[in-house]
Design a protein around this ligand. Sequence first.
Ligand code: PA5
Length: 420
Amino acid sequence: MNNSSLSLSISSLYQSQQAGHFIKNETVQGLAEEISGKLAKTDQKIEAKKYDFIEELRSERYLTQVETTLDNLKWAESLVVIGIGGSDLGGRALIEAFYQQDAAMKVLFVGDTTDPVSLKRLLDQINLNKTVFNVVSKSGGTLETLSTYVFFKAQVKKITANWAKHFVFTTSSVSGILKEEAERHSVMVLPVPEGVGGRFSVLTPVGLLPALAIGIDIKKLTSSAYEFSQNSDSRMMAKDLAKAYYELFHQNIKIAVMMTYSVQLQEFARWYRQLFAESLGKNDTGILPIKAWGPADQHSQLQFYNEGTPLQSVLIIKVENRQDNFVLSDIDVPEAQYLEGKDFNQLINLEAEATATSLTNHGRPNALLSISELDEKALGELFMLFELTVVYLADLFEVNGFDQPGVEESKKLVNQALSK
Ligand code: PA5
């Protein structure tokens, strides 16, 4: 039985009566054997506990470590996360989803750029005396993260000899510059599990420390993700998506747009974009993830999605119920009377559905993912849905979903230039 907060409708990806760019019956039949064989192999690996990003969710150890660390930071009013890529995007997704004005701590992000303007803007927002910097880097040596760390270390050293208490490192327990630096100066450290790569690390201390800092129920987050991974109906959602993306690829539809109708999920879409691009884009294959935001991008991208070159499918994400909602009442504009009694939750969801229908009417493949309510359970499940989809897709495309050789060269070039 499936008690997931997510429900996925994929029928508008497939050909029905309408002509259009939907997945054709011939494509489904032609790939059926290959797809079912490959998906079964991925399932075997999940059953055999081969994926650490799933297995590490069972450990309560990280929850306790994060709680203990945060207990030592009660004096701080701001937590500034310094990280990039997988050491940044998951945390941002969590904070954007659940941030409240009255959160115990303000959580800010920096370090995903070497643009000095971002440093100035960050400095303008914080009181250094009451700030903790959470430096997140599994390798410990990432240029953007390291340069931002040494910059803020120098700033903090100007105001206190006890600078080390202003830092927490989330890094490898085995090796790396941050590990060495922590040992030299007794900086608090949280581990990144060795078997979990950056873009799969959101539900480890990487994302859990900032999450707990604003009061997110991290136990609910991790346990819902784990339960989702173990439930065959939930897993079927990931398989359905992966299968459809692979079929679409064989019809030359190689772009997968995620269009989120929720201000709480814009950063989630950025997290998805990295997960899909870095995991699948290799060996001259893969699908290109694009993020779009509804309804704003109805007035920006939808023209192309409906009538432009048929390059993409669109996955629309909507949230059925929101705690914060406003009913339109006392309208005294005659032309706007039709809005009387309607509420904004209703408006945004009607817009999401209308976008899906218009895509279908234009013959454009689309799917609809509905979230009953965006709480920790739902977000844990969302992370797991797309992580699972990516591992199924990696096996369908026969690529290593866990490396990123294509990003190494530019890193080397910069380091060479800096060493001259
Ligand atoms: O997904 C990945 O592995 C990458 O995006 C890394 O997270 C990113 O390069 C940052 O690496 P690190 O955590 O070592 O600083």
